[in-house]
Design a protein around this ligand. Structure first.
Ligand code: URP
Ligand code: ZN
Ligand code: ZN
Length: 457
């Protein structure tokens, strides 16, 4: 035994109970009322909760986007993840024109592997679908990459997939066991509305929201779900942020379709009011934060199980880059931060009584592991799984500030947000990578996770 975590209250998606945990060679090898340490390192977790590390299934680290590169490198992003109790990160690898799927993932891995402080995987964004790429999906699944993403937006950026591309990929996913994720917003409406506001001289951050309000997102959610239902394939909607979308997901799931929705902590905490603030441009992301009704529907969707996962869409930019859009919202690079905030924020909401701790573990750890095919290793505290473990102090109060975060970004949208309870230790495969506010891990520690998906519904 290398490590024994004693006297803590273990919380998984299904259970809450007091037990000791034994760890050897990075794996959980024993869970029992009492484990003798026999000289192993001992962590006394009396009065603390012991949780599986979170899985952030949606990040954009050092990604070329919005005329620059997102501000957290793989090192900074995964360091921040570890300090917020996230022990696995799924990053998006963007396919370049003419490149293959596995080539795309391998090129990204060359950048990521020497920097990663926690384990990681890639979803490949398909932006150049050709017959060879469709044929390659099966090899990519066999290689351990069974998840792909298409953007229904970002036409000018050269990333957009039309409905034909989406449907070909959905069909292929049925044949291969892959899962297609979509960023769902209607690109034509966004362009039309944006042009109108600019012509009228309406250029503040509020018009970022106005150019893509609730119904612009809802239409694309409904269209994506329509294709998935028609072709009888699974689909995963990333960063869902509107009420009608939640209702459509619920309808489809109630009919028995394998439809998954993810939302993000920023949509659960902030509303579109942020775009009226002086620093509104710092909150510019797509889809934008919505009104209170949507926010309530998202919380309800989590409670009913219609929203399956929480992830961050971590894609931060520095203040100076956000400032490009001071006088024109279309020049603001789209994206916000959250990689260090997701688990602490959701756990704090549980600690305040909004949802159960088990539900937080379900949506932040177990469900992403199952949906994206790494649940043999991750997502719970069970003998045989990786010892990705967070020790959480429910009594520790914490106020988020740029100064106590661990990323490379010079501000945080979460500044001043008060949390009840906070992670005090994070273990990645049994190695202590975070303790009491301090990062203790090392770049290069994180491993690429090969995955295999199972149909769930
Ligand atoms: O505004 C966002 N979300 N930026 C990152 C790219 C994406 O759409 O996920
Ligand atoms: Zn997106
Ligand atoms: Zn994203």
């Amino acid at each position: 035994m290398d490590l024994v975590i004693k006297n803590g209250v273990i919380i998984t998606a299904e259970e809450t109970y007091k037990a000791d945990i034994g760890v050897k060679n990075g794996k959980i090898i024993e869970i029992a009322d009492r484990i003798e340490d026999h000289g192993a390192e001992v962590v006394n977790a009396e009065g603390k909760y012991v949780l599986p590390g979170a899985i952030d299934a949606h990040t954009h680290l050092q990604m070329p986007f919005g005329g620059t590169v997102s501000a957290d490198s793989y090192e900074a992003g995964t360091r921040a993840a570890a300090c917020g109790g996230t022990t696995t990160v799924f990053d998006f690898a963007l396919q370049q024109k003419g490149h293959g799927i596995i080539q795309t993932a391998k090129e990204r891995d060359k950048l990521c592997a020497p920097q990663a402080c926690v384990d990681y995987a890639f979803h490949v964004v398909i932006s150049d679908l050709r017959p060879e790429i469709l044929d390659e999906v099966e090899s990519a699944v066999d290689y351990g990459i069974p998840s792909f993403k298409v953007y229904m937006v970002y036409k000018k950026e050269g990333l957009m997939a039309d409905d034909g591309v989406l449907c070909q990929l959905l069909q292929k996913s049925k044949e291969t066991g892959a899962l297609i994720s979509v960023h769902a917003e209607n690109p034509d409406l966004i362009d039309l509305r944006t042009e109108t506001y600019l012509k009228e001289g309406k250029t503040s951050a509020w018009y970022h929201y106005m150019s893509r309000p609730e119904f612009v997102e809802a239409e694309a959610d409904k269209r994506a779900i329509h294709w998935a239902k028609s072709l009888n394939t699974p689909i995963y909607i990333v960063h869902l942020a509107n009420k009608e979308g939640v209702e459509e997901v619920k309808r489809a799931r109630d009919m028995g379709f394998e439809i998954y929705a993810e939302t993000c902590p920023q949509y659960l905490h902030f509303t579109n009011e942020v775009y009226k603030r002086e620093d509104g441009r710092n909150f510019v992301c797509s889809p934008p934060m919505k009104g209170e009704e949507s926010q309530e529907a998202l919380w309800m969707g989590i409670k009913t199980g219609d929203i399956s996962t929480i992830a961050t869409d971590h894609c931060p930019f520095q203040t100076s880059e956000k400032d490009w859009g001071k006088d024109d919202f279309t020049k603001i690079p789209n994206g916000c931060m959250g990689i260090e905030n997701m688990y602490p924020y959701m756990l704090s909401e549980a600690n305040k009584g909004r949802i159960s701790f088990n539900k937080v573990v379900e949506v932040c750890s177990l469900n992403p592991a199952k949906i994206f095919g790494c649940d043999e290793l991750k997502g719970s505290i069970v003998v045989g799984k990786d010892a990705d473990i967070v020790i959480y102090d429910p009594e520790k109060n914490f106020t988020i500030s740029k100064n106590n975060m661990h990323s490379d970004v010079d501000y945080t949208i979460w500044e001043g947000v008060k949390l009840k309870g906070y992670p005090i230790m994070t273990f990645s495969r049994g190695k202590l990578v975070f303790e009491d506010g301090e990062f203790l891990g090392q770049p290069g520690w994180g491993k690429f996770i090969k995955r295999k998906r199972k149909k769930l519904l």
